[in-house]
Design a binder for this molecule. Structure first.
Ligand code: TRP
Length: 341
């Protein structure tokens, strides 16, 4: 791409990632990964497996390792092209921990105390409210700022993290000059937040105690269909999209899922199924989800077996991630007064 002066135009940069804590849900796919595919031609994209974030909640080591590779295989199976994007494992690039430390010294306790994810997670893991959980948003800010990302495609629940990242970056820039690009959150409209199938006012989460509440990208197709067919709805028996009505949360969620899987809108899907029963509607949603996942799973099953291929990708990904990140880190170290060189 060239502009009129023949100088190469810098492609805008995108950074995003998913935690490999457990199985990847339909919510992760719809809310995150699916949207990345469309960005890779237009932007300079870096996508990571955020394993350092995962250990803010206790993990089984062998499982974490396994899920990290599964997540990489899934990224590729979903259509993320390792030739076009940088794909790496967060812990392979020590710059993340290093910048996070510096940024910790530019982040206030009060700001972190206000984060809803911290409040939710400390309620859920009351026996392990560790300092990492508290400073989670600072590590996330480091992830983004190291790559001078312009855009960060995330689900709605992560927007508060983007806000605090911007605040930290602006605070740092105000003191030291233009060190960091101020990132924008890039939120998809429909399906940005896929809700629990059992308690549809809550986000779909892989750590839900009830496996019927979430769809794993690795579930058997028959299990996926069963989970959708037993999704909680309401007793009104009317298929209408009313996004602001909590009483309609179950139906709204199924309409959103159907819309994303078929490239439609929830309003249009509601129109298509007007007057039909919930049974018929749920069966159609189940079909759409299974057919959407089927080709991804076929690719995934092929890629996950090829350990050498995956290793090649995450190793060369780590190399280029490190190259990009160390440029920023060096600048930061110099600004704060560390002796460099
Ligand atoms: N917190 C994000 C989530 O749970 C994962 C994440 C960590 C992330 N670092 C990031 C997302 C940087 C985007 C950019 O979904």
């Amino acid at each position: 791409m060239e502009n009129q002066n023949n100088a190469p135009e810098r492609k805008k940069r995108v950074f995003s990632g998913v935690q490999p804590s457990g199985t990847i849900t339909l919510g992760n796919y719809i809310g995150a990964i699916k949207n990345w595919v469309a960005l890779q031609d237009q932007y300079d994209c870096t996508f990571a497996m955020m394993d350092m974030h995962s250990i803010t909640v206790r993990q089984t080591p062998a499982e974490l390792r396994k899920h990290t590779l599964e997540l990489l295989a899934l990224y590729i199976a979903c259509g993320i092209d390792p030739e076009k994007c940088t794909l790496f494992i967060q812990s392979h690039n020590s710059a993340h921990a290093e910048l996070a430390w510096v940024l910790n010294c530019f982040t206030y306790m009060g700001e972190l105390q206000r984060m809803t994810q911290f409040k939710d997670k400390s309620a859920k893991h009351a026996d392990n409210i560790n300092a990492g959980l508290f400073t989670y948003p600072v590590l996330m800010a480091a992830d983004i700022l190291l790559y001078q990302a312009d855009c960060v495609p995330v689900g709605k629940d992560q927007m508060q993290h983007i806000e605090i990242c911007r605040d930290i970056a602006q605070r740092f820039n105000a003191i030291y000059g233009n060190v960091f690009t101020i990132p924008e959150g890039l939120m998809v409209k429909s399906g940005a937040k896929i809700m629990s199938l059992q308690e549809p006012t809550k986000k779909m989460s892989k750590s839900d105690a009830n496996p019927k509440a979430f769809i794993s990208m690795m579930d058997d197709f028959s299990v996926i269909a069963k989970k959708i067919k037993s999704a909680v709805t309401d007793s009104e028996a009317v298929i209408e999209y009313r996004p602001d009505d909590d009483a309609k949360a179950g139906v709204n969620n199924l309409l959103s899922i159907m819309a994303v899987m078929t490239g439609s809108t929830p309003e249009q899907v509601a129109k298509d199924f007007e007057g039909q029963g919930y049974g018929t509607f749920k069966a159609a949603v189940a079909d759409a989800v299974v057919e959407g996942i089927r080709p991804i799973r076929a690719e995934y099953d092929r890629i996950i077996k090829d350990k050498a291929y995956l290793q090649d990708i995450y190793r060369s990904g780590a190399e280029s991630a490190h190259r990009m990140a160390s440029r920023t880190l060096k600048k930061v170290y110099k600004k704060v007064g560390f002796v460099i060189d």
